[in-house]
Design a protein around this ligand. Sequence first.
Ligand code: ADP
Ligand code: MG
Length: 327
Amino acid sequence: MRDERLIVVALGGNAFQSRGDRGSPREYWANAYKSAEIIVDLVELGYKVVVTHGNGPQVGVIDEWMFLGLKMKGLPPMTLDIAGAMSQGWLGYILQQAVYNKLVERGLLNKRVRGVVSLITQTLVDKNDPDFKDPSKYIGPWYEKEEAEKMSREYGWIFKQDPRGGFRRVVPSPDPVRQIELEAAKTLINNDFIVILSGGGGVPVYINERGFLEGVEAVVDKDLAAERIATSIRAGILMILTDVDKVYLNYGRPDAKPIDIMTLSEAKRYYAEGHFKPGSMGPKILAAIRFIENGGLEAIIAHLNKAREAVEKRSGTRVVPDHILKT
Ligand code: ADP
Ligand code: MG
């Protein structure tokens, strides 16, 4: 049985940094408050909300600056899993404070919810995932070609051309299996806490021969990680919030067509036909497909500013099981 009032919300990059922002703390707080507003709106509508978010720009910035800063001082570099954990702390802190303050403002703290907590989360991955051989996840800032080539030579980083322009560092993005801290999260969720977990997809770890956890240098896709959470806690709804109003067929072309609703079979067909770009809309649709296949009631992909309309079926794109009559 699925809980139709339990919703997992996956926040995209624009939840913290808007297009054109330079990444100042002021901008981070302003964006986080908008995101917090949305989360608290959902609480007010009667939903139990679980939150996750991406970290692509931040994990890249942390890793790069630590690398360069430590190098300048002749100190050994940090690792990407540690940078991932730091990004969870950074964004988790900002969001949990913003949501807390919004709950206070609306008089909902200790009524509908008892508190907000972000969890440093580890996500189990396969150490032999094919992505380790052919990295696909863009992180950090955008560079000109020459600059990227220079950094690649000097630091051994891999750069690829970003479809949105410029060159960006890429790192492996193994498929998430499950979140290690899931039981702890469930305990908090069942006790009416808003939990922010698996930030940046969660820090990727594997289980070694002795049964111990070990971090790996990679960044998990947050949309695929969100599906793992939603399926594991038996949420009714998986809502992926991003910077486009709807999912489109033939995106970016003159004949682009927005989708209001698609069945699982349709989503799979369009996915196979290549309508959704890898590294952006691709993983969102894949997460939606997996969620519905695993028994989810509805996956929604919508603009961050239209979350409320989207749960009320007035905005966004919905993916539903095949037996649901499209209305
Ligand atoms: P987020 O940080 O929310 O994960 P992404 O950039 O990864 O954001 O994904 C959202 C982007 O996906 C949109 O800005 C859009 O440019 C791109 N995109 C690719 N294919 C499609 C599609 N078929 N329909 C809509 N958007 C698409
Ligand atoms: Mg993305």
